[in-house]
Write a protein that binds this ligand. Sequence first.
Ligand SMILES: [Fe+2]
Length: 171
Amino acid sequence: MKEVLNNLREQHQKILMMLDRPEQVEELIHFVEEVHHPLEEIELFPFMKDKPCLSQGGPRCSLYMGMRLELDPLTRVRGHLADFYRKTSFRPPHYPLPEWLTAQNPLSIPYEEHVVGAELAKSLLFLSKPENSTLRAELFEKFYDDYCRLLRMHIDKEDNCLFIICERALA
Ligand SMILES: [Fe+2]
């Protein structure tokens, strides 16, 4: 698992270098949604799901919880997506969640960010189609900005909170 964790940290660096380059959006989405998040969900999260240290929290966890309560970035993004779904027939595919995931499990936080990120990613791919160029001119920049911000926040939280807890579990 140590190797997986190191790999995930390296992948975070790769993702950070790909942000704010809208011309690379498809490459970014492929790497995040098809490579990075599946590795976390298939390897790391099931390994960590029942570890007692997960509920004890890690460094900066209370800071992130405070930010989540005060700034509530996901609700703002969900509002953008709801407006988009009202305007179009587009709906994102269902995001599969594991049976073990409950609202009380601390991993519901990164999972929720994966779900919202995937909705943004699918919406961006929809907007990138040539037949949707009018909507693209209106919405692409906002959704791309939402996606980059969400990934930056998500990676910062994982690097400085969740992955530190994982390292403790592996020590
Ligand atoms: Fe990650």
